[in-house]
Write a protein that binds this ligand. Structure first.
Ligand code: ZN
Length: 261
């Protein structure tokens, strides 16, 4: 058990290296807020107030209910006002506050559902070790109201249109959401001070090659909607211009330049 705890500590180091938030103020306003829930890796809940309640993207780390309540108060809302939660994926650092918003609809990629509902283990070693040491962090079937989607989906919620995109790889059912011009990509994009923006970290990812291929496809599929910002689940936001996409994709960047004559 002690060896597993030591392993978890070791695995936390790259997360620590990725600490601090970036440009969160770009996606904040009178009706929207970003709520970092855990030091040092800043697993973040994004909240948007609507005409009928609040939309959330992800639910932070264990103990996130308190920062969630404080954060929502800053936009004049409470956890009880949350109508919809858009889950990018069900790793334990992104579902922490689920009990605080049990009245909401939980949207999740179809291949993620069994993991969100505690019916299937995650494929990556850190998640399995975490569950062994810290216990199951997820709800059981019936404890939350889950709506899953098996293809890119458009949802109209009051005056808002939410576009959901599947980008499997980090986990089997990873998804991104475009809300009010911001593309929330979960852990599909990762940033550390060493590498800058990169595809999902190998060690926490079920299928790295698939995750990378999904990103190439994702950036192509969101292009018609011209997102103004892209935000990771760990509190980093950036302009998704060609320079950013080229940096993230590296040699997987699609060469769309016309062939020379
Ligand atoms: Zn993750």
């Amino acid at each position: 058990m002690r060896r597993i705890a030591r392993l978890l500590t070791l695995l936390a180091l790259p997360l620590a290296a990725a600490g601090c938030t970036m440009h969160l103020n770009a996606v904040e306003g009178p009706a929207s807020i970003a709520i970092p829930t855990s030091y040092p890796w800043e697993s973040t809940i994004y909240a948007v107030r609507t005409e009928s309640g609040v939309l959330l993207v992800d639910l932070g780390w264990t103990g996130a209910a308190r920062p969630l309540r404080r954060g929502l108060a800053r936009i004049g809302a409470r956890p009880e006002d949350v109508t919809d939660v858009f889950v990018t994926h069900s790793h334990r650092d992104h579902i922490g506050a689920w009990r605080a918003v049990q009245q909401a609809r939980f949207h999740v990629g179809a291949s993620e559902r069994a993991m969100l509902e505690s019916l299937k283990e995650h494929a990556d070693l850190p998640s399995r070790a975490g569950d062994l040491v810290l216990g199951n962090p997820a709800p059981w079937p019936g404890e939350v109201n889950v709506h899953s989607f098996s293809a890119d989906t458009v949802m109209v919620i009051g005056g808002d249109t939410v576009r959901a995109f599947l980008n499997p790889g980090h986990t089997a059912g990873s998804a991104s959401y475009l809300i009010r011009g911001v593309l929330y990509v979960g852990d599909a994009v990762y940033r550390s001070y060493v590498t800058g923006y990169r595809p999902a970290s190998h060690i926490f990812t079920a299928d790295h090659a698939q995750s990378r291929a999904s990103l190439v496809s994702l950036f192509d599929r969101v292009r018609p909607y011209s997102p103004a910002w892209v935000c990771t689940a760990h509190g980093k936001c950036a302009r998704p211009d060609e320079r950013f996409i080229r940096k993230v994709l590296g040699d997987a960047f699609p060469d769309t330049a016309p062939a020379p004559n």
